[in-house]
Design a protein around this ligand. Sequence first.
Ligand SMILES: Cc1cc2nc3c(=O)[nH]c(=O)nc-3n(C[C@H](O)[C@H](O)[C@H](O)COP(=O)(O)OP(=O)(O)OC[C@H]3O[C@@H](n4cnc5c(N)ncnc54)[C@H](O)[C@@H]3O)c2cc1C
Length: 441
Amino acid sequence: MSWVEELASLVTIERSATVRELHSRDVSGHAGVWPDAVALPENAQQVANVLAWANQRHIPVTPWGAGTSVEGNPIPIRQGISLSLERMNRIKEISLPDRLAVVEAGTKYRTLNQQLARSGWQFAVEIGGDATLGGMIANNAAGPKAVKYGSTRAHILGLEVALTDGRLLRTGGRSAKQSCGYNLTQLFAGSEGTLGVITEAIVRLTAEPAVREVVLARFGSVREALGCVAAMRGLDAGAIEFLDHAYMGFLGEIAADTLFCEFHTAGHGAVAETICRAGGAVSVERAGAELWAARLRAYTASQEANPGARLLTTDTAVPVGAFAEMVAFLQSELAGRRLTGYLLGHAGDGNLHVILPWRSAEEWEAVAAFQRAAVQKSLELGGTASGEHGVGLGKRQFLEAEHGAEAVGVMRGIKALFDPRGILNPGKVLPEGGGPGGSEE
Ligand SMILES: Cc1cc2nc3c(=O)[nH]c(=O)nc-3n(C[C@H](O)[C@H](O)[C@H](O)COP(=O)(O)OP(=O)(O)OC[C@H]3O[C@@H](n4cnc5c(N)ncnc54)[C@H](O)[C@@H]3O)c2cc1C
């Protein structure tokens, strides 16, 4: 019996070219790699059984949520099994008194929020990708509302995780406050499927804001726009987003350096409007949900507008006070290197993306060199290589520069504890070589 036939005796599998191709890549420019098979478990025990069996057979397993990552995170680069959580999409419980929901990991966050509509409660992390909660936890996704609500990790109370030895681990619980023992829940937030497969999550629900005041302000310069961001501190901002004039023009909008902001206390929109006018805005509009829809479509629009191109998206995040310096640095690097790149970012929390289209090996070298310069500057400013997209394939090279050799050594020890044979999402997060998580496992 081949290993694929053995796998098929444990769980439903798909081997068609269409399904394997779909699970070979995410939305990034990283090259796709087809898995040998796609496994479609229906419950946590099946996930655990697959892991225990694959561990014994040394077969790579790469978890798959919805494949909306932008850093190669779910690409099964060592082939083997793409383990899709798509059939584990049940919302098991919504408890408004306890302000939590219990969901299977393949549940889309939008489905949960649709279910919560009109309840006055929400899962508060909002991102542009149609992602699963398991994928969002695994990448520690964030998005525009992080300035108020934080990243996904702030919204998980507990997890059920299948481990490579076949155990089902429960972490955390239902209590809003927890201070008992090591925080295993948070260890899996941002682990990108390299330590275990999240099968279920207890997620925190947050009250919907009673007020949403949206302000769109256009400026003649980045300096003026970001000066206004600094002046808005103290307002009840649900989001403060910056898009540069090149990006707005590219989206078919008025080509001005632009702030999109949302406020959750009545009157704060008017205060922001006054700040923007005093700060040199050439126009200020008050609007609603359609502006958010346009902002959340930004990444998709970049892809549609660049047929045939791949995209590299930087994801540096710096302390908020250094955001203007980071933007100025990146703009001068783009100009000096004669690169096309579109700046958009979460100005409220210091996280900035530059989207760089590339089409040839030569162009790839140029955009990759730009990214290295961006990360180096971010680290100099006390920032990070990745604010929300995760390490995936593209940012492994920066892990040691950011955390230091000792911290990366501890990370390798954690990887070895949970995944001694290196079967889980191999070749991700940890840098090449040097033991578990490196390229030799
Ligand atoms: C248009 C668009 C807009 C986006 N906007 C944002 C944004 O604003 N902010 C942001 O942070 N991201 C954004 N993203 C990126 C993406 O949506 C997130 O990274 C998201 O977390 C990926 O979730 P997913 O369900 O698609 O997971 P996948 O891409 O399938 O997987 C993500 C990673 O988690 C692992 N994984 C998946 N499920 C599990 C599980 N159950 N257990 C363990 N590991 C698992 C995978 O192996 C992989 O490493 C955007 C993407 C798109 C396409």
